[in-house]
Design a protein around this ligand. Sequence first.
Ligand SMILES: [Fe+2]
Ligand SMILES: [Fe+2]
Length: 366
Amino acid sequence: MKNIIIFGGGFDPIHNGHMNMAINASKALNAEVFFVPARIAVWKSESIASPEQKIEMVELAIKEAGKEDVFHISDYEIKSNKETNYSIETVKYFKSLYPNDNLFLLIGTDQVNSFEKWKEAEEIAKLATIIFFPRPGYELNQENIDHFKMKQIEGDLIEENSSSIRELKSLRIPRSVADYIIDKELYFMPKIKSYMGEKRYRHSISVAKLAADIAVCNKKEDWWRYLRAGLLHDIAKEMPIMEQKVLMAELYPEYVGVPRQIHHQFLGEYLAKRDFGLEDAEEIEAIKYHTTGKANMSAVAKVIYASDKIEPTRGFDSSELINSIKVNIDYGFISVLSANREYFIEHNIEYDNPLTKECMEFYLGK
Ligand SMILES: [Fe+2]
Ligand SMILES: [Fe+2]
């Protein structure tokens, strides 16, 4: 007799919160988990990824977690032609497939309190044990827990939600899912694309993926911040010149005098905040100084500066520099900066803006 957990949800997209719950619940109950992506979730109507794409993202997440032996995907709800999929039907379907096994239905903490309103709630609780994770500070309806004999599963929750991901507010998702979202141009990607031509869009993606790779190689769990800063770093580059002039004079009067091709880094900061609601101070710094650098840069700023110069589509052999920053961000950044200064000297390019000077002197000496 097996233990089987039914884990339904929008999975639009799947994220680390889902994976963490599945892993903890599976461990606690020694159970296999079936992810059951909803075609259209009962509780919300908007969805941007197609059902097939949602399934592919769950597949990637399972593979990345190395859980192929115990985590599975059911396309029961996705394949259903019903207007609305109710949990009772999904539970009955699993009971028909696994009549002799123990079924568990994993529900969200917020769903515990309103479970009695679910269609045929009593019947669901008869066919499957309802399980949930407690959330710190979240008051649970003990009456429902007792009445439906719900079982609490222990384990830390990772706070994340799919709508934040769709809006690029956070990206706590498996790395392979992030790459999939970028490659399939889901969620926030069409918006980013609308700011730039194809070539710059490809460059931005290349910078973002390289920055994320560098972060992962340097054991940064927050690699997704590097990815996001990379995606956004050049959003102001194709802003009409007149608009750039007006905004520079208004918002960055102290930098109006620096060469014009540098202006987009400041305006990038402005657009990232205004249009994408970016609040992360280090990512903002990374965008704001990605062309010039400055003194005292954060790891994110160093990686975006370097990735922008050495991403593989730049057209020169940057593999050594890439390898060096993958080993160590601080040393690798210095290597990129030195190579950049050598290039300036060789080509007689003056870097007579105060920020580049400040950066070179701070990290390389005079
Ligand atoms: Fe740039
Ligand atoms: Fe760039």
